[in-house]
Design a protein around this ligand. Sequence first.
Ligand code: P6P
Length: 339
Amino acid sequence: HAGDAMRTDLMTITRYVLNEQSKRPESRGDFTILLSHIVLGCKFVCSAVNKAGLAKLIGLAGETNIQGEEQKKLDVLSNEVFVKALTSSGRTCILVSEEDEEATFIEPSLRGKYCVVFDPLDGSSNIDCGVSIGTIFGIYMVKDFETATLEDVLQPGKNMVAAGYCMYGSSCTLVLSTGSGVNGFTLDPSLGEYILTHPDIKIPNKGKIYSVNEGNAKNWDGPTTKYVEKCKFPTDGSSPKSLRYIGSMVADVHRTLLYGGIFLYPGDKKSPNGKLRVLYEVFPMSFLMEQAGGQAFTGKQRALDLIPTKIHERSPVFLGSYDDVEDIKALYAAQEKTA
Ligand code: P6P
């Protein structure tokens, strides 16, 4: 029976990546090795997050990270795990982590041709209340890794060779794109393997959900204010959109990717560039959205065309279903005209 065939023909993430690699005869398997180390990091963090409630890992590590937020032990642990895993892979030359003020330059003997930008545990303010959190990562390839500099990391998101996230929630789901579509894998703890559960994810062209922190409405600019107004009081006779906002980017983006709709983190009077970081939040999620048939916009341009000048730079972002993002782009374009 077909069902039986599926049960015994498990497509693991490792097998999936090897299949991808076999399509590139020139590939020497470096990417496969890099990805296997990222997957190892995700498995470790998934296990630590699930045990956190019991192992009293929750609570402040007493240090504060460069964002001025108090670091929880899981943040510190997750960051160390990924830095160690990526370094030991021997396939990276520069690492940028949300938790580290400076980029990490890998020692020459262990260098490889990839730069990895990542947020080891995004949404960590939600750890104590059990809301889903996640790891977000993006991968650039550098021309000459022996002499790699920060310039090799300050590239537009469209130059990424891969991006993904791992969400630690009711199940541990790793969503990945290596540039030819988006696939979702769910960790089977009994096997310790990520199994393909969401092949070739495509985001619906239009959705019924908008996702934004309405608490910032007082400070929004005209186009965002108008767009949210249209979501709540549509003038074309359609029904109002539902508001879903979890406050953990990985969870909000995952729902948007699967159900459709739009996620917004706009800039405002207080923070004109919004809150989300370009390299390891905006770019990876924008990369995935485009690969799934959606799009991502900064209020001024296609998000993936942005060229960052600093590794912790922020940008506003509007991402999700193609048609929904078109609607807010039209409002920003209209503002440009009257400006
Ligand atoms: P706000 C979590 O701290 C985070 O970085 C993202 O995961 C999330 O989308 C955003 O901040 C939530 O920010 O200002 O709405 O609480």
